[in-house]
Design a protein around this ligand. Structure first.
Ligand SMILES: NC(=O)c1ccc[n+]([C@@H]2O[C@H](COP(=O)([O-])OP(=O)(O)OC[C@H]3O[C@@H](n4cnc5c(N)ncnc54)[C@H](OP(=O)(O)O)[C@@H]3O)[C@@H](O)[C@H]2O)c1
Length: 371
C-alpha cells in the first residue's frame, strides 16, 4: 500500500504534490473502506491510521494486507501540526461516531491554532451536516457542541453542491440514506414537479455495514440473514438532511420515510413515491433527472424500463437512479453502496474537489459485480 504508516519498512512516499492524509476511527467500517480507496489514489497518501487501539489493523481490515500499527489521536495531532508547520496541506478524515468527530476536530483545531487554515477536514459523521443549530438539536436531541464552526463546513453531496465544494477546506459528508434521499427527491423538487401538500412516501433498505463495525443484535448474522425489518418509524435522523436540501428549493413537504434493515452487507435500495403537482410523462421526468445529473460521472439515470439494483453498485462510487410515472405519482428508485458513494467514496470525492483535482481521482466507477 502507498503510505508511511501501513508500510513502515518502506521509505515514505512523499512529494510536493502528495497530500498526506490521516484517517480517524481506523478500526471502523468506513475507515477500512477509505484506506482501501486511498491505496488507489494518485496523489493522496495515508500518513496515519488513528485508533484507540494499539493493535495492528490486520484483525479489523484483513483486506488491507497490513501488519502495521495504528497511532493514537495525540500522536496524530502532533504529526498533523508538524506537517502543517512544514508547509504541507494535511487532509483528515473523521470516520468516527457522531459526537466523537466534533470532539476530535476541536482538540486538533486548538493544537493547530492559526495553522488550522492549512488543514483540510472531511467529517463522515453527522456532526457538521446540518447548518442550523436548531435543526441539529431537533434531530439529535441536544445543543450542538461546536455551533460556531457550523458555518465553516460545506455540505458534501457533490452532485447537488459541486460549486461550493471546489476549494473548500471543511466538508461534512452526507449520511448514506441522506445521499440516496436527496439524489431521488431534489432534482424533481428543483424542477417544481412535486406537490408539497401530499405526503412523500419513501422506503429505504440498508445493508448491515451501515451499522458499523461493532457487533449488535441487528447485525448478528443468524438474525439478519434471510430477514427484513423496518426501524426508526418515528422518523429517521437523515430526514433532517433531506429537509435542509428541500428548504433550499422552497419545499417543506410532509415526508414519510421508513428505513429497513436488509439481509446483505453493502448497499442501499431506495423507493420513493412522490406526488406530482402537474401532469408529467415518464420521459419528461427522466429528462429532468438526466439534466440534473449531466456532468456527474458518479450518477447514472437509467433508460426507461431499467431498474437499479445493488449488484451494479456494490464496491462502486456510482449511484443509479430509475425514474417512472404512473398516474399522479413519480416513482424514483436509487441504489448506491453505503460504504462507497454513501460513505468513504463520497468523502474522497469531496477531498478531490477540495484539492482542485478531478472528482473521479482514485475512485471506482465499476462495481464488484457480485455483492
Ligand atoms: N457505515 C456506513 O455505511 C456509514 C455511511 C455514512 C456515514 N457513516 C458515519 O460515519 C461514521 C463512521 O461510521 P462507521 O460505520 O465506520 O462506524 P464504526 O464502524 O462504528 O467505526 C467508528 C470507529 O470510530 C472509532 N471510535 C472512536 N471513538 C469511539 C467511541 N467512543 N465509540 C466507538 N468507536 C469509536 C473506532 O475505531 P477505533 O477502534 O480504531 O478507535 C470505531 O471503529 C459514523 O459517524 C457513521 O454514522 C457511516
Amino acid at each position: 500500500m502507498k503510505h508511511d504508516v501501513l508500510h513502515p519498512r518502506s521509505a515514505p512516499v512523499a512529494s510536493a504534490t502528495t497530500t498526506p492524509a490521516w484517517v480517524f476511527g481506523a478500526k471502523g467500517v468506513l475507515a477500512g473502506e477509505l484506506m482501501r480507496l486511498l491505496d488507489l489514489h494518485p496523489t493522496v497518501a495515508l500518513r496515519g491510521a488513528v485508533s484507540r487501539s494499539e493493535q495492528s489493523l490486520e484483525s479489523a481490515h484483513p483486506h488491507l494486507e497490513s501488519d502495521a500499527s495504528t497511532c493514537s489521536a495525540e500522536e496524530a495531532r502532533a504529526a498533523i501540526v508538524a506537517a502543517a508547520r512544514a508547509g504541507e496541506r494535511p487532509a483528515i478524515f473523521l470516520a468516527l461516531p457522531h459526537g466523537e468527530s466534533c470532539a476530535a476536530w476541536k482538540a486538533l483545531r486548538s493544537e493547530l491554532g492559526e495553522l488550522a487554515a492549512r488543514v483540510l477536514v472531511v467529517d463522515l459523521a453527522a456532526d457538521y451536516r446540518l447548518a442550523s443549530p436548531a435543526r441539529y438539536e431537533a434531530a439529535y436531541g441536544h445543543a450542538h457542541p461546536d455551533a460556531a464552526e457550523l458555518d465553516a463546513f460545506v455540505y458534501g453531496l457533490v452532485e447537488l453542491n459541486r460549486a461550493a465544494l471546489n476549494g473548500a477546506t471543511r466538508v461534512a459528508a452526507p449520511g448514506c440514506f441522506a445521499t440516496a434521499l436527496q439524489l431521488a427527491c431534489v432534482p424533481a423538487a428543483r424542477a417544481k414537479l412535486l406537490d408539497a401538500t401530499r405526503p412523500w412516501v419513501l422506503h429505504g433498505i440498508t445493508g448491515s455495514s451501515g451499522s458499523g463495525a461493532e457487533p449488535k443484535p441487528g447485525t448478528h448474522h443468524p438474525w439478519r440473514h434471510g430477514n427484513l425489518w423496518a426501524y426508526s418509524l418515528g422518523g429517521h435522523r437523515h430526514e433532517a438532511e433531506l429537509a435542509q436540501a428541500l428548504e433550499s428549493c422552497s419545499y417543506a413537504p410532509p415526508v414519510h420515510f421508513v428505513a429497513h434493515s436488509g439481509p446483505f452487507a453493502r448497499g442501499i435500495h431506495l423507493t420513493c413515491a412522490l406526488p406530482l403537482a402537474r401532469k408529467v410523462t415518464s420521459t419528461e421526468a427522466r429528462a429532468h433527472y438526466a439534466e440534473a445529473f449531466a456532468g456527474s460521472p458518479f450518477v447514472s439515470v437509467l433508460d426507461g424500463g431499467r431498474v437499479p439494483d445493488l449488484r451494479a453498485v456494490a464496491g462502486s462510487n456510482r449511484a443509479l437512479v430509475g425514474v417512472d410515472v404512473r398516474g399522479e405519482v413519480l416513482t424514483v428508485l436509487v441504489t448506491l453502496d453505503n460504504m462507497v458513494k454513501g460513505g468513504a467514496g463520497q468523502a474522497l470525492q469531496c477531498l478531490n474537489l477540495m484539492l482542485g483535482l478531478p472528482e473521479t481521482a482514485g475512485l471506482p466507477r465499476a462495481g464488484l459485480g457480485v455483492c
